[in-house]
Structure formats: C-alpha cells, structure tokens
Ligand binder design. Structure first.
Ligand SMILES: [Zn+2]
Length: 174
C-alpha cells in the first residue's frame, strides 16, 4: 500500500519535502499551497476559528481547496500543514471595505493559524488550546520581528472568523 502511494506521488509529480518550522508541531502535509511567497516578505500572522472540527482532514481533502500553516486543536495539539516558506490558502477573498483591499494577495505575506472551534465560532476556548497557541504565536513573533497580528475578519469584513470569545489579547501579548 505504501509503495502504491509512493508511486502515485511520483506519477503526479507531487513530492515536496519540507521540514516543520515550529518544533513541537506534528507534521501533516496539505496539498493546498503555492511554492514560495512570490517575493513578498512575511509581515502578518492571521488568526482564524475553524467553525467546526475535522480541520486537518478537510485541509487534506482535494475538494476543500483551503489550508493554513497551522491548526491548533482544542486539546492543544499543534499540527503544521504547510511550510512557512510556502503560501497557504487561508485568507481567501479580501472584501472591498477591508483596509487591505488592493494590496497583494494576503496569503503571500501572511502565516495562517486555525484554532479549532465550535460550528458557530463562539465557544470559550479551552485553556490548553489557548496556552498552546500562545507558545506558537510567541515562537513566530521571535522568528519574524515586528510581525503584525490580524484576524481573518479584518480581510474578509463581515465574516465570523475567528468569532466571538476569541482571546485575541492573549495572542497579541504572546
Ligand atoms: Zn478564517
């Protein structure tokens, strides 16, 4: 079975080996990314809420066409799915009323973190998940000095992401 999977990978030219950027993370690759950053410097960290579970498998599902660099599970497990060197597909459409409208695609200059939340994106997040997210954000801040922390709804205005009861200040102060 393993050999068949390997042959299929070779057949479609989809071998992209990468190493995790955040050592405590578990590596699970998503096929949804573009190589590199098209010359854009990483200046932004976008925080999201998932609006339900099953995120890691959804980001692997060819029909989803979405991904993020990191998924933080409710128990605090951190999964890295796309290399920070590459462009993940998490920021989506920038609405015309966003301050970021007209700038290059934010996926190119942002790192994306998804926090697994309930389907309404409004639950009180478990402390284990928040603490784990704070450690991840602190590590990213250390590696990208001066990086800005934004939420998805600043790009896609009107979207409920990351949603109510999101402990943004904890991550900003990480
Ligand atoms: Zn989002």
């Amino acid at each position: 079975m393993k050999y068949i999977a390997l042959l299929l990978c070779i057949a479609v030219g989809y071998i992209h080996s990468w190493t995790i950027d955040y050592l405590p993370a578990k590596q699970v690759s998503s096929p949804h990314f573009n190589r590199g950053r098209s010359g854009q410097a990483i200046t932004c960290l976008t925080l999201h809420g998932t609006a339900g579970g099953g995120t890691v498998s959804w980001f692997q599902n060819p029909s989803s066409k979405v991904s993020a660099h990191y998924v933080v599970e409710q128990d605090g497990t951190v999964v890295q799915m796309v290399s920070e060197d590459d462009t993940a597909w998490h920021n989506g459409v920038v609405t015309t009323n966003s301050v970021f409208y007209g700038r290059p695609n934010p996926n190119l200059w942002c790192i994306g973190i998804e926090f697994v939340r309930n389907t309404q994106n409004n639950n009180i997040m478990p402390e284990a998940q928040i603490a784990s997210g704070v450690r991840l954000v602190a590590d990213i801040k250390r590696r990208y000095r001066g990086i800005n922390i934004y939420t998805h709804d600043q790009f896609n205005v009107g979207r409920t992401c990351p949603g109510p009861n999101f402990p943004l200040s904890r991550f900003k102060n990480a």
